[in-house]
Design a protein around this ligand. Structure first.
Ligand SMILES: [Zn+2]
Ligand SMILES: [Zn+2]
Length: 318
């Protein structure tokens, strides 16, 4: 017996979730923008430093720095008094993405090939141990896995869904890869640097399984959808048990990054249509907010407490 197609109620709910998610996806899920945010966390400030650490072309870098400023993630000021050079720094909103990067790091440490040099060599300065983030419920402090979190839909919030949505549908997968060696958090960038891929992934979290249902929910053209499904399978986060596409354990474990992005969006994209989705921690019954703590000393990880070991030509930001 085959599973029936996605129920209409589920499709409506998922549509509302996607409408909310797209507002964050459009700001965050771009390979180049994420690369620049990571470079900034690693200490880049000047145009040439961003150029060097990302391998982006001049014009592309100029364009992305402008959109990061327009979106409020970065601000620029003269590098020094009277200097013609600008320094580009993360704003509070940009700094807020630190929690998202910590969840990417956690996921890569759990699943990434050990020989891949793209992970960050960093220390938790508070205890002197290598930086190993662990995901916990901020309310009760207990480690929380994907299956410990319940998804609850608010019908009232679904009713508030805007009829029209304006989304930027720029995708960066087609462009040439940067190649300054293996990029930091490269495996995460492959997944979260692409808007379409993320939408497919979100649908999979909602137990969408069939090709036609993915199309229905996302509106992605068939050829692009095939390509993204193949990429996600190649990345190890989906598997194809024909006719179904399902998340692998590695894919399910991406929940930490997804939840961290939603948390960031709820805080910083305040006037957006908020997701009708509430995340409840089954363990304590509270609303689930992710908190990254150090696996060794169990203290919450703050940006100021992280020291970089090497692999960066820039001094660690203070
Ligand atoms: Zn809890
Ligand atoms: Zn520690």
């Amino acid at each position: 017996m085959t599973r029936p197609a996605l129920a209409q109620a589920d499709a409506l709910a998922l549509n509302a979730v996607l409408v909310a998610a797209r507002q964050a996806i459009d700001v965050v899920c771009d390979r180049w923008s994420l690369s620049l945010v990571i470079a900034a966390f690693l200490g880049a400030r000047r145009f040439n430093e961003y150029l060097e650490s990302t391998g982006m072309a001049n014009r592309l870098l100029t364009a992305r720095l402008a959109s990061l400023r327009a979106d409020g993630l970065m601000a620029s000021a003269p590098h020094a008094e009277g200097s013609p050079h600008q320094a580009y720094r993360l704003t509070g909103m940009g700094e807020g993405l630190f929690n998202v990067l910590l969840q990417m790091l956690r996921w890569e440490q759990a699943w990434g090939p050990q020989d891949r040099a793209g992970s960050v060599q960093a220390l938790h300065l508070s205890c002197g141990s290598p930086l190993r983030p662990q995901l916990r419920c901020a309310a009760c402090g207990v480690p929380a896995g994907a299956r410990d979190i319940e998804l609850r839909l608010s019908p009232a919030q679904m009713q508030r869904m805007p009829a029209k949505q304006t989304a930027r549908r720029r995708s960066t997968l087609g462009s040439a890869r940067p190649d300054p060696g293996v990029p930091v958090l490269g495996a995460s960038l492959d997944i979260f640097g692409d808007k379409w891929g993320i939408e497919v992934l979100l649908c999979a979290f909602f137990r969408v399984r069939r090709f036609g249902d993915f199309r229905l929910c996302t509106g992605i053209a068939a050829n692009i959808l095939s390509d993204r499904l193949s990429r996600l399978i190649a990345a190890g986060v989906l598997r194809h048990d024909a006719p179904d596409y399902r998340l692998t354990e590695m894919g399910i474990d991406l929940y930490g990054v997804v939840v961290a992005i939603q948390d960031w969006a709820d805080l910083w994209l305040a006037d957006r249509y908020r997701s009708p989705l509430a995340l409840i921690h089954r363990g304590c019954g509270g609303v689930f907010h992710p908190r990254a703590v150090c696996a060794t000393c169990e203290a919450p990880i703050r940006h100021a407490d992280v020291g970089l070991l090497d692999q960066t030509p820039f001094p660690a930001p203070r």
